[in-house]
Ligand binder design. Structure first.
Ligand code: SAM
Length: 239
């Protein structure tokens, strides 16, 4: 079998349990703090926005409600199909196969490149950053949203399972590449305990999921995100 022309990093949660991940997406950030921060950094009203690593396309309808054009990019075939099904009725959205390192888009053709829970953007992702800068129009913005592994309690559980994860190195990488950083505190709220436990079960090892479950008294979890953003310069910066 021929391998795809792009790199795809396994994402067990959404690849193997898309229904549970859908429940997780519904529970995430119920107060809408992340969209509010995205609108502050790079408003998408009337713009062309790309969601890289769009998964099943959960965030595409939100973008479509205000954008001129939305493009979801996803390397994993079954998720491309699921995202296309989700947006079938939305005339301004398309979903294409591709990856952060090989965006199937023209130079200077979009206003915002967005990636959410985008672990493929981190140390070593220079090619993805270059690709985003290629497809952005001058003045456009790359926005990377990811979990803040340094923040309690969610980050404590992540670090328990990823003891070699280096929060400082990740943030230094983005800072060295010229990204601004804001931190966004959100609340995940679940409909019932079974759903919450199922989500912990796809995100953590059994041991860590059990520890997390014991420490959560109700149906909500505080989760902090990092939002890294970098504009594409409008012109040559002459010094
Ligand atoms: C944790 S999921 C998040 C999906 C979606 N952004 C969301 O918030 O629902 C990460 C996604 O990134 C995709 N992915 C993995 N490697 C990638 C790469 N190199 N470029 C773009 N997407 C990638 C996975 O297939 C998966 O759909």
């Amino acid at each position: 079998m021929m391998s795809p022309p792009f790199r795809s990093i396994p994402s067990p949660n959404i690849w193997h349990w898309p229904e549970v991940y859908e429940s997780e997406n519904r529970a995430q950030d119920v107060d809408g703090r992340i969209p509010a921060e995205l609108q502050r950094i790079a408003p998408w009203d009337g713009r062309t926005i790309v969601d890289v690593g769009c998964g099943t396309g959960f965030h595409l309808p939100l973008f479509a409600s205000r954008a001129h054009r939305v493009v979801g990019v996803e390397p994993h075939g079954p998720l491309v199909d699921a995202a296309r099904t989700r947006v079938a009725g939305l005339a301004n959205v398309e979903v294409v196969s591709g990856s952060a390192e090989a965006l199937p888009l023209d130079d200077d053709s979009v206003d915002i490149v967005h990636a959410r829970t985008a672990y493929f953007f981190g140390p070593g992702c220079g090619r993805g950053v270059s690709e985003a800068m290629r497809v952005l129009r001058p003045g456009g913005t790359l926005v990377v949203v990811d979990l803040d592994v340094g923040a309690s309690p969610y980050g404590d559980w992540m670090r328990a399972d990823l003891p070699n994860y280096d929060c400082a190195a990740v943030e230094s990488f983005f800072a060295a590449q010229g990204f601004d950083l804001t931190r966004v505190d959100t609340r995940w709220e679940f409909a019932d305990r079974a759903t919450l436990d199922a989500v912990l079960g796809i995100e953590f090892t059994a041991r860590t999921a059990a520890r997390a479950a014991r420490s959560i008294p109700g149906l909500s979890i505080d989760v902090r995100y990092r939002v890294h953003s970098r504009p594409k310069p409008i012109g040559l910066e002459l010094i």
